[in-house]
Design a protein around this ligand. Structure first.
Ligand code: PGA
Length: 259
């Protein structure tokens, strides 16, 4: 297999697709390619999670939440706990997406608690990291990535998580929703920084098992060139995951990359 860790194609619907649209999406999704090592996941808004779990059944698509809290229950208005998600069949969650960091005060410390709460409760977290345009232009990409990774995955506690359950998404902020995809070279360079930090701190086996996805203006047209990079194990896709045809094409490209 040319992708030793497999491939995950994940779609982040953000604040789009209510229940009726979610129903319509799955009605026209059809069958996704089934290939060993290939996984697909969609992250609808919270009110569409239930219907998405029901309609995704048998279609080979995991359904995940766009955020989760670390406690099992309690006085945390507006949050969803791992237990609430598990109860409706949700076993994946995004953590610290750049829009959460930018607009809702998400920090590396809250990301750390969310990752830990997810793993300890049986949810696979996708921890999102990535630099802004100003940080890239100032030559700070590596230092930002290392700060975010070390903040959310401190040496002491995170080693035990790195058995393939944790997923990381590199999403340069300047590439999200802008049409400005990182070049495969820029993306691969950032993925190497991430993989090397995992290797340095947690060992070769942990680094080798962790899926690192690229996100930021991924489309059916550019996904193959990104998946061709050695350290890119899949894609986290916003806009291009909203239409069934486009999502199916992205998953098909994932299957191709595994050949
Ligand atoms: P985009 O979003 O594909 O629309 O750029 C990616 C993301 O925010 O996860």
């Amino acid at each position: 297999m040319s992708k030793p860790r497999g491939v995950l194609i994940a779609g982040n619907w953000k604040m789009n697709h209510g229940q009726a649209e979610t129903e319509a999406f799955f009605a026209s999704l059809g069958t996704l390619p089934k290939t060993a090592g290939l996984e697909a996941a969609l992250f609808p808004p919270a009110t569409s999670l239930g219907i998405a779990v029901a309609r995704a059944s048998g279609k080979g698509v995991h359904i995940g939440a766009q955020n989760l809290h670390w406690e099992r229950s309690g006085a945390f208005t507006g949050e969803l706990s791992p237990a609430l998600l598990l109860e409706i069949g949700v076993r994946h969650a995004l953590v610290a997406h750049s829009e959460r960091r930018q607009y809702f005060g998400e920090t590396d410390e809250s990301a750390r608690r969310r990752v830990e709460g997810a793993i300890l409760n049986g949810i696979r977290p996708i921890l999102c990291v990535g630099e802004t345009r100003a940080e890239r232009e100032a030559g700070q990409t590596a230092s930002v990535l290392l700060r975010q990774l070390r903040g959310a995955l401190p040496d002491a506690s995170a080693g035990a998580f790195l058995d393939g359950r944790l997923i990381i998404a590199y999403e340069p902020v300047w590439a999200i929703g802008t049409g400005l995809t990182a070049t495969p070279e820029q993306a691969e360079e950032a993925h190497q920084i991430i993989r090397k930090d995992l290797w340095d701190r947690f060992g070769l086996e942990a680094a080798g098992k962790t899926l690192v996805l690229y996100g930021g203006s991924v489309t059916p047209q550019n996904v193959a060139s990104l998946l061709a990079c050695a350290n890119i194990d899949g894609a986290l896709v916003g806009g291009a995951s909203l239409k069934p045809d486009s999502f199916r094409a992205l998953v098909a490209a994932g299957a191709e990359a595994l050949k």
